[in-house]
Design a protein around this ligand. Structure first.
Ligand SMILES: Cc1cc2nc3c(=O)[nH]c(=O)nc-3n(C[C@H](O)[C@H](O)[C@H](O)COP(=O)(O)OP(=O)(O)OC[C@H]3O[C@@H](n4cnc5c(N)ncnc54)[C@H](O)[C@@H]3O)c2cc1C
Length: 433
């Protein structure tokens, strides 16, 4: 049955829950499993078709690792955890009420306690040619491949910064692509310092060894993409040299930025955990600055799935009052915060990347706003008023982060609705009691 504006919302969907968890990546899964033994009525929701988040994204080209399967199976055994996939939070309605939407209907979800596990997204830095078909984010290409995009035989260049580049290269190679270059902007000395520290996290050292790429180059970044209607080659700055490489795809991502929008809408303060981009601020129990709202995983700062799992566990235990169990996870969290700290330090973005856009390079691709218009603006509000920058479909999620890096502007303050939503969904608060 499809809900319309006048139809009552199915009670099973709108029934209040004691604990609502937004995001079913590693952090959300761990939070739900930690909280479940309390017997509380828990709802775990995610906008993807299956739980797993970014790292364990399901799809036709994916064989999930045993850890992901174990977590999913454990979740299926928890009778008090309701899992809603393909469901996203569109905005706020009132005190402890969120507006949700799935492919068929919208409804108001009430909760007593909330754990935000909304993850992170890629930082995309615009360069000449970045809007050509065939150019994507690095993680975006990985998601497309996992969802079935055929890349066998294609020549792919992966560029940007951070360990995700190597994970993407491995996924592409496994599906038959030729990864002809992985261009990392960090220097060899930074990378050597990072690698030297890896013995502190043996699992990570082993993972790094399995991902080693012979096409990997440091002090290397994308300058431009060329092509007639589709990408045909990439120009790279490689140390002092500039080189051109023929390719079929470019996948480019400059690290991750926490998805803080929902937390900000709720009034949660931001902080820079482990020295990275600002995420949702949290205390020892993963509580945010807003009472009964917790945050875990990459919405608090980028640091990998192990950090997300540990933070999720602490938030889940704390939200149902199991303080001792939460405290037992503190040493583990400290270990992964130290790893995150290394990541941020060793893969810090070079100032020289700010010189990549040309005057006519589009920064806001939704509203076609070029770099030379934005360099004349004093900040985000000025840019919105004079150029419509950030007012398109992505609502500044892509260009806002780029502008923050390029011009040092404060990120745009999110507003409801967080994403495009159906009129019937936006009207559903009027229909709830
Ligand atoms: C594109 C991408 C690819 C990545 N690939 C890898 C990889 O291959 N290997 C690796 O080690 N690390 C990878 N990472 C890093 C990885 O995200 C983390 O290590 C780990 O998955 C973080 O777990 P998390 O639970 O904090 O967040 P995530 O795994 O990101 O999970 C957050 C979930 O919340 C959902 N969500 C967010 N907002 C809403 C909303 N409003 N309504 C409903 N649902 C919402 C998201 O769709 C997502 O499923 C990737 C990151 C990105 C951005």
């Amino acid at each position: 049955m499809n809900a319309t504006i006048s139809e009552p919302i199915a009670p099973i969907l709108s029934s209040p829950c004691e604990l609502l968890i937004v995001g079913a990546g590693p952090a959300g899964l761990a939070a739900a499993l930690a909280a479940a033994p309390s017997g509380a009525r828990i709802t775990l929701l995610d906008d993807n078709p299956a739980p797993g988040g970014q790292i364990w994204r399901a799809g036709p080209a994916v064989r999930l690792p045993p850890q992901a399967l174990r977590l999913r199976e454990a979740l299926a055994r928890c009778a008090n955890v309701r899992v809603l996939c393909g469901t996203r939070v569109v905005g706020l309605v009132g005190e402890r009420e969120l507006l949700l939407e799935d492919p068929e209907r919208g409804w108001v979800q009430r909760y007593d306690k909330l754990i935000l596990c909304t993850g992170a997204r890629e930082l995309l830095l615009p360069f000449p040619g970045w809007t050509l078909p065939g150019v994507t984010g690095a993680g975006a290409l990985q998601a497309l491949i996992k969802s079935g995009l055929p890349v066998a035989g294609e020549r792919i260049v992966i560029a940007g910064s951070g360990p995700l580049l190597l994970a993407v290269a491995a996924t592409a190679r496994k599906c038959g692509a030729q990864v002809i270059r992985v261009a990392e902007q960090a220097s060899l000395s930074s990378l050597a310092a990072f690698t030297a520290q890896l013995a502190r996290w043996p699992g990570k050292a082993i993972q790094a060894l399995t991902l080693v790429e012979k096409s990997y180059r440091t002090s290397s970044n994308v300058v431009s993409a060329q092509g007639n209607g589709r990408v045909e080659s990439v120009r790279l700055q490689q140390g002092a040299k500039v080189i051109d490489i023929a390719c079929d795809r470019i996948a480019c991502g400059f690290g991750l930025i926490p998805n803080t929008q929902l937390g900000q809408l709720l009034g949660c303060l931001l902080a820079s955990a482990s020295g990275g981009a600002q995420g949702l601020a949290f205390d020892a129990f993963q509580a945010t600055s807003v009472p009964d709202v917790y945050a875990a995983g990459e919405c608090t700062g980028f640091g990998g799935s192990e950090r997300a799992l540990t933070q999720g566990r602490i938030a889940g235990h704390a939200a149902v009052g199991n303080i001792a169990a939460a405290q037992r996870c503190w040493p583990e969290r400290a270990r992964w915060e130290a790893f995150a700290n290394q990541l941020h330090r060793r893969f810090a973005l070079a100032e020289s990347l700010k010189q990549i856009p040309r005057p006519d390079t589009l920064i806001c691709r939704c509203e076609d706003v070029p770099h030379n218009i934005l360099t004349q603006c004093s900040g985000w509000i000025d840019a919105k008023l004079h150029s419509r920058c950030g007012m398109g479909a992505c609502q500044g999620r892509v260009c806002g982060a780029a502008a923050q890096f390029l011009y040092g502007w404060e990120a745009p303050v999110p507003r409801s609705p967080l994403s495009p939503a159906r009129i019937a969904t936006l009207a559903s608060p009027l229909n709830s009691d």
